[in-house]
Design a protein around this ligand. Structure first.
Ligand SMILES: Nc1ncnc2c1ncn2[C@@H]1O[C@H](COP(=O)(O)OP(=O)(O)O)[C@@H](O)[C@H]1O
Ligand SMILES: [Mg+2]
Length: 252
């Protein structure tokens, strides 16, 4: 396997040194966490599904000209990505109210927002990833004004792409979170979509029934998380339409 030393172990993934300088192998674990890791479990097959789904979304983004860190999938649980300097922000785009926005502002979950709303949280588990404003980001130097302009552009393009892809398979994209990385190319640097895009980092509701097909199934104990993720994968054609459990039916 083309991986070297372990660099970092997070809540959902492990990073290893890649085969070439500037590359990283991302290993997708089955661990699920919620509420800043207060709730934890191991969900058989989740990592395999997220590896495939993140590959699918990142590849699609690349094809429409949105730069990402994704290079190639290596196997069921690993993908090769470009190593980047992660900007310490969670960039959230919301199309419908849900989760913390609903709580904070008293808006019923599922209410369509007048336009997509972009929020930033400071990426720090010990602080519980607090919501911050662009004032904080500028004052503390987490990103420059140019970065913020680029990040907003990337976030909205990812939103349009993901909303369209999901709408095509009867799913409403309620909201999602991305991370942005900085890569250096000679004297230039640019920002790319990094980390992962998967049902762990999106809210996805069936258009007809509002059934949740994302990590809220785990957060709120709504049933089988792998069934929900496998349903998303199946609708997107990432998994064969027939076949039960995702593990034996996955083709590499
Ligand atoms: N291309 C990349 N280069 C460097 N770091 C990355 C890249 N993509 C994602 N990361 C970082 O790797 C970690 C992924 O592991 P994860 O389990 O999601 O961690 P966490 O518990 O910190 O969310 C995250 O901290 C993320 O910021
Ligand atoms: Mg993470």
């Amino acid at each position: 396997m083309a991986r070297g030393k372990k660099i970092y172990e997070g809540k959902a993934k492990i990073l290893f040194e890649g085969p070439e300088p500037g590359t990283i192998v991302q290993y997708f674990k089955d661990d699920a966490t919620a509420f800043n890791a207060e709730k934890k479990d191991v969900i058989d097959g989740k990592g395999v599904l997220n590896n495939r789904l993140s590959e699918y979304f990142m590849t699609g983004l690349t094809q429409i000209g949105v730069p990402t860190h994704f290079l190639k999938r290596l196997n069921m649980r690993e993908q090769l990505v470009r190593s980047c300097e992660i900007i310490p922000l969670e960039v959230i785009v919301r199309n419908f109210a849900a989760g913390t926005m609903s709580k904070r502002l008293g808006i019923e979950e599922g209410t369509q927002l007048p336009r997509p709303i972009v929020e930033y949280c400071y990426k720090d588990d010990s602080l519980g990833d607090p919501l911050v404003s662009e004032e904080h980001i500028a004052a503390f130097g987490w990103a420059s004004q140019q970065d913020m302009d680029d990040i907003l552009g990337l976030a909205l393009r990812v939103n349009d792409f993901m909303s369209g892809v999901m709408f095509g398979v009867g799913i409403k994209l309620i909201d999602f979170k991305i991370e942005i990385g900085r890569v250096y190319e000679g004297d230039f640097q640019r920002l790319v979509v990094a980390d992962e895009i998967s049902p762990d980092s999106c809210r996805l509701w069936d258009i007809e029934t509002n059934q949740k097909l994302d990590k809220d199934v785990f957060r709120r104990d709504l049933g089988s998380l792998t069934d929900a993720y496998a349903e998303v994968a199946r609708r997107l054609g990432v998994l064969p339409k027939t076949g039960g459990h995702p593990k034996p039916t996955l083709v590499n």
